[in-house]
Design a protein. Structure first.
Length: 255
């Protein structure tokens, strides 16, 4: 069933579209270009020695996959009520299959980043942005992003079944997490006495590790950030799964 749902998502993602997967490319390039102008040129924020466009493109790569999975988890029960009310099957299957399907957009954006890195390396000599030899660990980082996004999403989905207005928390939480994470700024820009607080945001380690693996270096890809991030991710995912599983047993009565 997971395979069938993934195939359905792949088929319908770009069906009856003009540009198809090029929309994903346009979204990645346009968003990073805006960040480069606003935060790199106007606000003049540091990018830890990376070219500004690569810095924001890599940050967006990490953020957009997490954001997609978080949105999937946040709406997991509500979006599938028609299917869930007709036949029983494990309720975790739809959000898991959609999270796997979201890897299509992630893969396209990863290719765009790879092309951008190659362009910068060939056009501008002396830049330090290049993939690290640790890049083979990228799948584990993507898995952590998926677990964190689904865990937080499941909590929102479970709590908003009975109280619909709590679904608005997803929008507020998305904005808060984005600005509380080093998407548009490096950790080095934060005063030293506050940097340790960012270790309690699991996404800090994820975003900074993306930059370390794909661009060659970052500030927060250390054990000081890794251990709290991984432990919190596992805790949030387990708690979210428990809340989701308890709610799915009777949620049809409220929807």
């Amino acid at each position: 069933m997971i395979f069938l749902l993934i195939r359905r998502d792949f088929v319908t993602s770009f069906k009856q579209t003009i540009l198809g997967p090029f929309w994903v490319i346009i979204q990645a390039l346009a968003g990073s270009a805006v960040f480069t102008v606003v935060f790199g040129k106007v606000a003049n924020l540091s990018t830890d020695g990376h070219p500004a466009f690569l810095f924001y493109l890599c940050g967006n790569l990490a953020w957009q996959y997490f954001g997609s999975v978080f949105g999937i988890g946040s709406n997991a029960l509500q979006a599938n009520v028609g299917l869930f009310s007709k036949v029983y099957f494990p309720r975790f299957i739809p959000p898991i299959s959609q999270s796997v399907s979201a890897l299509l957009n992630f893969g396209i954006q990863l290719i765009v980043l790879g092309v951008a890195i190659y362009f910068y390396k060939s056009e501008f000599t002396g830049i330090s942005s290049s993939p690290s030899s640790w890049v083979l660990l990228l799948p584990f980082l993507v898995l952590q992003s998926a677990l964190l996004g689904l865990g937080l999403g499941f909590i929102i989905s479970a709590t908003s079944v009975k109280y619909r207005d709590l679904s608005r928390l997803a929008g507020f939480l998305t904005q808060f997490i984005m600005y509380a994470s080093p998407i548009i700024y490096p950790i080095s820009e934060i005063p030293s006495k506050y940097q340790s607080l960012l270790a309690y945001n699991p996404l800090t380690f994820i975003v900074e590790s993306f930059r370390f693996l794909l661009l060659g270096h970052s500030t927060a890809c250390t054990l000081e950030f890794a251990i709290p991030s991984i432990l919190m991710t596992l805790g949030i995912f387990c708690f979210g799964c428990i809340a989701y599983n308890l709610t799915q047993r009777s949620y049809v009565d409220y929807v």
